[in-house]
Design a protein around this ligand. Sequence first.
Ligand code: GLA
Length: 731
Amino acid sequence: MKFKSMALLMLTMAMPAMADQVTVNTQGVSLVLDVENGQPAKYLYFGARLDERDKANLSVTANGRMDVYPAYGLNTPAESALALRHADGNMSTALVATGYDSRQEANATVTVIHLKDAVYPVKVDLCYRAYKDVDLIEAWSEITNEEKGTVTLTTFASAMLPIRRGNVWMSHLSGTWASEGYVNNELLTPGEFVIRNADGTRNSHTDHAEVMFSLDGKGQENVGRVIGAALVYGGNYKLKAVTDDTDYHYFFAGINEENSEYHLRKGETFKTPALALTFSNEGLSGASRNFHKWGRKYVLAHGSQLRDILLNSWEGVYFDINQQGMDQMMADIASMGGELFVMDDGWFGTKYQRNSDNCALGDWEVDRKKLPDGIDGLLRDAKKNGVKFGIWIEPEMTNTTSELYEKHPDWVVKAPKRDAVLGRGGTQLVLDLSNPKVQDYAFSIVDNLLSKYPEIAYIKWDANMGIMNHGSQYLSMTDQSHLYIAYHQGFRKVVDRIRAKYKDVVIQCCASGGGRANWGMLRDFDEFWVSDNTDAFQRIYMQYGTSYFFPAIAMACHISAVPNHTVFRTTSLKYRIDVAMSGRLGMEIQPKNMTDEEKALCKKAISQYKEIRPVVQMGDLYRLVSPYDNEGLASLMYVSEAKDKAVFYWWKMANFYNVHLPRVKMAGLDANRIYKVRELNAIDLKPLYCEGKAYTGKYLMDHGLEMPYTNEVEWGKKTDWSSRVIYLEAE
Ligand code: GLA
């Protein structure tokens, strides 16, 4: 025994201190780090789950900078994840490991790597939450100041990930109001590719805080290795892919530090938002499926409950709200089989009546001139009509013309010593959520409504302005740079309070359309409004892009009137239905202007949507043909987890004579099972050739079904639009 331990001791002395491999595993993904006390923690591996036998061979590559969390100061030319000014003014930081540990949560394991500066008492914990049932790892850092004075954080990424250089393509979303969620694909080349947001309140109208990296050339939907990364933060963000003179691309993601330096007080810990990382061997759609599963299970509210089919009043009546009109709309949506009616903007304001977008935000009292019986009357009518009731609010905002602003001019965001910059309607202002009094007020809007009217089933929470002028009337002059971060901390506190008290209410996250389609924003929300643009044709592009990161259950997609109110395009009703039915179906229209025939088609669609709702809202998404590839069509499908049901969507994107469209191969089915075909929303005079026939999953995936290029209807009803929805049920 003695001899053995002597030998062991000699061995230890003769060898340099051995580094530990710290492995963070999900069922399909591995992240392996090299952690040696006194040394910086290094990346060894990130990708498909590693076989244990390969782990022994891993070593830190010499061809790149593998520091897990590079800090600024001792390798200044390189990009850093963390930069700070110590209490004494020193701007350099050098982090080394002091150990690691892990803890179990109900559905995940959290591994923490402890780092500290070798000279200064600044500690950084790198945290990794690996889910047991989803291929997703959340990575974030926690920075603690144990110095004698304040430490100023000037760069504070959530995480950095090195990606082996090669034919690596980045897919990301961009857009603007009424045109959100467009897909962009870029080859990573030397230099920096930066995606940033500085809106302050909303962060996904333009660029998005989510990306995918296709490692084997331009991304394909169902094959190829893909890394997905989503920053779980509703505020200003910065994502950066840096390609330099090494063999790696370096991906940094975190809060946008611009104009946001953070004063970390003695004893305080700053927790960065999580970066949600996934990996798939099944292409872009594979990475999407991982995000969708995680989002449904761990981020969204009620992610395992099917969503109601609703009518929203906005495009139907805009600000022209009145009791009888609301009652009529409720009766109409009920008669078509809908389950919920949502009264949008225009219902409030007494001193200032909300007849346009230029007044009354903040005055959340029912306008009795429009609605003499108040919310009681609306709830009474909803009950009478057999639908649930929902209501629109915009809690973070006010107008200069409002009772709220008259009472609390000090509650708005504005630059010190300057007039406030005004937004929507020429009068809108953002309330300063860094102020606890404003947080209480925002909470009280929802609390007043829901405590008085517990029957309210749904809230549409809107946010129609960004922070245009930098300044908080609450924060000290020293901490003005905390505004953007404090705003979102305040926002979170409000939502957490609401959710602690009101677990059941459904809350839609809206921000002039899709301004808040972001996983940080969506925690505890049920869904989001994809875009104010409801044109079915443009929606195909937007919904296709948005589906890269967000599941159908969260994507509000509404059938609206033609000519469309944004682009003035006239599409067929079937086409509008077929597009809206690929997400969370609703209507955004004045039913009283619809013909009986149109209502009947919608009624049929709603009843058929109820059949496929579990597949669309809970199933796995397989995107098949991208509208961005200009093949003349777009197609995708959802497959139930048990692979016994699937819904296939096919939309023609252009109508020219003698144009030859590709036949679409399906995906995600069980090759050995037999699926029976049934067309939904059928309008053709004759059934489809494949109607009622049964095909093997293999045939459908290897070969696919021909879709006729046009819908064959009566001569006078023909249009230049054509689409199909096919329901497949395993025998
Ligand atoms: C925003 C929303 C719309 C509607 C209006 C109401 O623009 O995106 O859906 O609610 O506000 O003013």
